[in-house]
Design a binder for this molecule. Structure first.
Ligand code: HEM
Ligand code: NAG
Length: 536
């Protein structure tokens, strides 16, 4: 028996198929059956079993596919895994164009892609049937107990406890930290261009500045500059691990393994910050970052509960809304990490395209610069306030149009909790992934005239805001819509406005500058070669 098993494994090029064979051979009834076939060679048995498994895999795929569009045949077991390791934007586009619902099957996962606005909205708005699964590997990186995997009421309740961190007042308190980071990094951009004395691909620099801004906003000065730099560097490995469907287990020295190592390091850093924030907030310190805001709500709730239990007077003490339980340093870290996880790739993508397109469109950049100087009363060093950001109508339009034109998040994977009748004729099976897409609805010519043209005026003097209200799926919709969407847009507006006043930059196009590379989110294939100089 043992020899059959080892032969089968050794002869199988596909590890997963090997594992399945071992499982079935270990089954007592099949063992008996096999023993009775003593005259048949081990090889024949092995190939027969393999053939049956291939047939089953195929049959199961076709049954799940039902009436929707998808390949007629699945590559045995792995499906288009090798393609999904290196996803091509054009392949996605082909898939979206193939039908409002289409499918593929990768390993054990059956995946349904919803491409139109209405199909996508239907998925986003069906929490009875679906829950987010970010990507397959996210459970392993964020920890299975992470709040983003909560569902239903538990999710709604947890999210309520975070809303206070993204109010207008809260967002205003993070602005000085953001400005400080941009000042530092703009100097760095100048230095890099000067030293290179020619164009340098800036994508990785943009990723770093975005990571630094996020860390300052999320954990303030509890983290050192060195730790931020390390997180920014290692974060690349987390992004690299984020394929739609990964190999089912983490194998040492693969991308998912490096991704997990990097996320453990970030979680550890943020847990240290949480411990410091608790001490400082307990001593009555001012809120300086998102973590402080959350820690303060937690402490206020604990204080309120304690007074209540001891029967002390609650006069003059406001009841925290909602009341929060106590969280360990690690739990706080896990939650803050989800913010970094949710923002890092998307904001880096938007930042990169924004710098590229502003270099190509001096007409837009001039207006952004003019507006930014105007709201600061002509003094470019004046500290930013929320009112100023409100007044930057054109700059915010330029950011919003960028997000329409180059939506960082193309697709948002959800998991089907119970058979999901998405149309009258097709039900997505339980356990499948169903993926609403953003891109096609953002390029809908019925809603956006000349959709392939970048035109901020759509959002300034035009009607895109109203007419495209249902199409603007850049931040999702429904119970999981992006918690950071106002923050993200303000932050990008602040960045591009400051850059417009302080810097000049030139894009050095290559033949692939307008081609899209999918790296969790989207980037120009040449990583955006630029030269920065100081504005006189
Ligand atoms: C341009 C930048 C960003 C884009 C394009 C973006 C996009 C998205 C999208 C598409 C979703 C899924 C929504 C859904 O399933 O309906 C999402 C969720 C989320 N985003 Fe963002 N995001 C951005 C920035 C940020 C930032 C800066 C933060 C945090 C500070 C953030 C925090 C979150 C969180 C926590 C969720 C999950 C919410 C939940 O499950 O309840 N995002 N984002
Ligand atoms: C990141 O991944 C690469 C391989 O892809 C590896 O060589 C490097 O050591 C990893 N970095 C960290 C900090 O684990």
């Amino acid at each position: 028996m043992a020899s059959i098993i080892s032969t089968t494994n050794a002869s199988s090029a596909v590890p997963l198929a090997g594992a399945k064979v071992v499982q079935i051979v270990g089954h007592p009834q099949i063992d008996n059956f096999l023993t009775s076939l003593t005259q048949v060679s081990g090889w024949t048995i092995a190939f027969t079993i393999l053939a049956l498994l291939v047939a089953y895999d195929q049959f199961s795929y076709l049954r799940q596919k039902g009436s929707i569009v998808g390949p007629a045949f699945k590559i045995p077991f792995i499906g288009p895994f090798l393609e999904s390791v290196n996803p091509k934007f054009e392949e996605y586009q082909g898939k979206w164009a193939s039908g409002e619902l289409s499918c593929v099957s990768v390993f054990h996962k059956f995946v349904v892609i919803a491409s139109t606005r209405d199909m996508s909205r239907k998925v986003f708005n069906s929490p009875m049937y679906v829950k987010p699964c970010v990507v397959d590997v996210a459970h392993k990186l964020l920890g299975p107990t992470n709040w983003v995997f909560l569902d239903g009421k538990a999710h709604v309740d947890f999210r309520k406890g975070l809303n206070g961190l993204f109010t207008r007042k809260a967002l205003e308190s993070y602005l000085p930290g953001q400005e400080e980071v941009y000042n530092t990094y703009f100097e760095r951009f100048l230095r890099i261009s000067k030293e290179a004395n020619g164009p340098v691909p800036f994508m990785s620099e943009f990723r770093e500045v975005m990571c630094a801004v996020s860390c300052r906003t999320f954990v303030g000065h509890y983290i050192s500059d060195e730790a931020i730099k390390k997180i920014a560097d290692d974060y690349y490995n987390i992004t690299a691990a984020l394929e739609l469907v990964n190999f089912p287990i983490i194998i040492p020295y693969t991308k998912t393994w490096y991704g997990k190592k990097a996320s453990e390091m970030v979680l550890e850093e943020f847990a240290k910050c949480a411990a410091k924030s608790k001490v400082r907030m307990a001593a009555g310190g001012e809120i300086s970052c998102i973590m402080d805001g959350w820690v303060k709500s937690i402490l206020d709730s604990a204080n309120y509960r304690e007074r209540q239990e001891k029967g002390l007077s609650l006069e003059g003490i406001e009841k925290p809304q909602p009341m929060l339980r106590s969280f360990t340093d690690y739990e706080i870290s896990q939650t803050i990490f989800t913010f970094l996880f949710a923002s890092q790739d998307a904001t880096s993508s938007a930042c990169t395209w924004l710098f590229q397109i502003m270099a190509q469109r001096p007409d837009v950049l001039d207006k952004v610069r003019e507006e930014n100087l105007r709201v600061r009363g002509g003094d470019k060093n004046k500290a930013i306030t929320m009112e100023m950001i409100d007044e930057m109508v054109y700059t915010r339009g330029a950011v919003k149009e960028l997000l329409r034109y180059r939506p960082p998040v193309l697709m948002v994977p959800y998991l089907v909790k119970k058979p999901f009748p998405i149309t009258p004729t097709y039900t997505v099976p339980k356990g499948a992934m169903v993926i609403p897409t953003t891109y096609p609805s953002l390029r809908d010519p019925e809603v956006y005239e000349n959709p392939d043209v970048y035109d901020p005026d759509r959002y300034v003097t035009g009607d895109a805001e109203v007419k495209g209200a249902k199409n603007f799926l850049v931040f999702g919709t429904g119970p999981h819509y992006c918690l950071g969407q106002i923050y993200a847009q303000n932050n990008l507006a602040l960045m591009v406005g400051k850059a417009a006043m302080e810097l000049d930059w030139v894009h050095h196009p290559t033949p692939v500058s307008e081609e899209i590379k999918v790296f969790a989110t989207i980037f120009p294939k040449d990583d955006c070669p630029l030269v920065f100089t100081k504005r006189p």
